[in-house]
Design a protein. Sequence first.
Length: 100
Amino acid sequence: MRLNIFEKYVLYYYGCPSHKNTVERLKYLTSFMVDPEGKRRMLALLRKIDTKEFAEWYSCCYRITRNEIRDYDKAVRSVRLIEANEDYLCDEEDLYDKAV
């Protein structure tokens, strides 16, 4: 089963190692949502994870998703820092002149 980035972020922020507790949390979260598009997406995620097949490998999926999102956020922060620091952004000619 494949999860999109929205679903991975939801599991990252609201999931826990217990499949049963995660399903309960997401049901409560969905009941509090007002946005119809967001509610539709949450219900689709609930239908995906509230199956016996998903429950069997949920603990593995939970750990992998946590690691993926943590690494993704770390990479995004690094790119933003590099783009904000203009010392890294220089012309190729400047690099050539310094090397020669």
